[in-house]
Ligand binder design. Structure first.
Ligand code: 8DG
Length: 152
């Protein structure tokens, strides 16, 4: 009886996890290729492929954060960017809310400022593994192109 009560008792002492807001850019070339890069050493999931971006700082909009991150990481300045999709992923290190923006205009030369490797990729991708938080967006991008679901 006592054990049953303990098991069915929800745990009000565990606070809900706070979301970490992340701006992510899907940089698209006119031929449809998209830019992926590897996560730098020292970060969770180092070496995994991801779309460029990073966490919002206090007071920033998604577009501002994305512009700042892409200058910091890649040395390019993006043109207009608006949010296309919003997804969430619950990692052991963080509960992230990803704000995905398609970006078709930028200026500057690509420079891997954090020791990453970059690759322009058509679908199906030839690089792996990709961060699990990016899977839903890869499926939508494949759908848009009339391609079969991405095998991950
Ligand atoms: N940039 C990026 N982040 C992604 C993708 N998919 C995905 O789940 N994420 C997650 C991984 C991280 O938990 C989070 C991004 O955080 P981050 O640590 O890379 O951001 P940051 O550059 O601002 O990091 P920091 O060094 O300033 O702490 O979003 C993706 O495709 N691109």
């Amino acid at each position: 009886m006592v054990a049953e009560t303990a098991i069915s008792d929800p745990s009000p002492s565990v606070p809900p996890r706070k979301h970490t807001e992340v701006a992510v850019g899907i940089l698209l070339r006119p031929d449809g290729a998209m830019l992926l890069s590897t996560r730098p050493p020292g970060k969770p999931y180092a070496g995994y492929w991801e779309f460029p971006g990073g966490k919002l700082e206090a007071g920033e909009t998604v577009e501002q954060a994305l512009r700042r991150e892409l200058i910091e990481e890649l040395g390019v300045t993006i043109g207009a960017a608006s949010v296309w999709k919003v997804t969430e992923h619950d990692y052991p290190h963080a509960l992230v809310r990803l704000h995905w923006c398609k970006v078709r205009e930028w200026t500057g030369e690509f420079e891997m400022r954090e020791g990453q490797t970059m690759a322009w990729q058509q679908m199906p991708l030839t690089v792996a593994p990709v961060l699990p938080g990016a899977y839903p967006v890869l499926q939508w991008l494949a759908e848009e192109r009339g391609l079969p679901p991405v095998a991950i």
